[in-house]
Ligand binder design. Structure first.
Ligand SMILES: [Zn+2]
Length: 317
């Protein structure tokens, strides 16, 4: 009997501890900072596809004491849940952009680490943002603005002598007619240099020919779409009124002959989140994120396959 009473006492004590713990966890203040950062109100944006309107919202309070652990914890959550707006549509999380973000922060560590939060805080300071180490809406929009600033600015329509017709073997669909295989000359030369470097990189495991070229059977890095004439672009818009606006934009960078859609995995050009999640995990995409700038190519963050030749080859890091 005495033994039973003792057991009862221990059990009651444990229940009391559990009840206290439950109260602490349920306390509204406990998770407020996180919830505040996650629940950001989307705002309608203008119809231009490449502009992202900045949403003003209260920032979560800076991580207090425990180094960058709490920021890292918030980032793990925000990477999947942060609500923001692009092209009038609500977007969820920024996990799809982690390769680009890590490249911008010049860090290898994952988004849920203290190192990532610390590197982000450094970047935030440079961008005149509160250095919280938390990737909130303001920070995401600033990162996007930085990426967009690197894109092609010269939208001059090419003269016929500035275009070359690339051979069918460079294309994802080799059966494309010759007029859909046109590329601006310098862009094509840079593309060939970049593909040669990728093919020579054993970590990518790309299939190659005896002479070291990308094999006809290899789909990765093949061109899906390059120069699109104004006439062709009009035609596309008439045929596919439902198609993605970015793809069929009136002032498409594809009209310059300097934008290339390259195969990086999955469905070639589908913006579905699940498809882009697959694409941004491929070694080829991550190689491009790290190396394309050396060959003068800049990404369009929202479409992992779309790369623009700006002609400014960045020095290798
Ligand atoms: Zn494109």
């Amino acid at each position: 009997m005495i033994g039973n009473k003792k057991d009862l006492l221990i059990v009651s004590l444990m229940l009391a501890i559990l009840a206290t713990l439950a109260c602490v966890l349920a306390w509204p203040g406990y998770s407020q900072g996180m919830a505040q950062a996650v629940k950001t109100q989307p705002e309608p944006v203008g119809s231009t596809t490449n502009t992202v309107k900045k949403t003003i919202q209260p920032l979560a309070s800076a991580p207090s004491n425990s180094g960058w652990a709490s920021a890292a914890q918030q980032n793990a959550l925000l990477s999947l849940q942060l609500t923001w707006v692009f092209g009038g549509q609500e977007q969820r999380g920024w996990v799809l952009y982690t390769p680009l973000i890590a490249r911008t922060l010049d860090i290898e560590a994952g988004a849920d680490t203290g190192d990532f939060a610390q590197a982000l805080a450094r970047w935030q300071r440079g961008a005149n943002l509160p250095a919280t180490g938390t990737l909130d809406t303001d920070t995401l929009y600033q990162l996007i603005a930085a990426w967009q600033a690197h894109r092609l600015k010269d939208h001059t329509y090419p003269t016929p002598d500035q275009l070359i017709t690339a051979p069918p073997m460079d294309f994802y669909a080799p059966e494309r007619p010759a007029e859909l295989r046109q590329v601006e000359k310098n862009t094509y030369a840079a593309y060939k240099r970049m593909v040669a470097a990728a093919t020579a990189d054993p970590s990518l495991g790309l299939a190659k020919t005896a002479t070291g070229e990308l094999a006809p059977t290899e789909k990765y890095l093949k061109i899906i779409s390059a120069f699109r004439s104004k006439e062709y672009q009009d035609q596309l818009r008439q045929q596919n009124p439902q198609a993605g606006r970015a793809q069929l934009a009136v002032n498409s960078p594809h009209a310059t002959g300097r934008a290339l859609d390259l195969y990086v995995g999955g469905e070639p050009v589908s913006t579905r989140d699940a498809n882009r999640a697959l694409q941004t995990q491929t070694r080829v995409y991550q190689w491009l994120v790290h190396n394309a700038a050396r060959f003068g190519f800049q990404p369009y963050y929202y479409e992992p396959w779309h790369w623009e030749y700006t002609g400014q080859e960045a020095a290798a890091r």
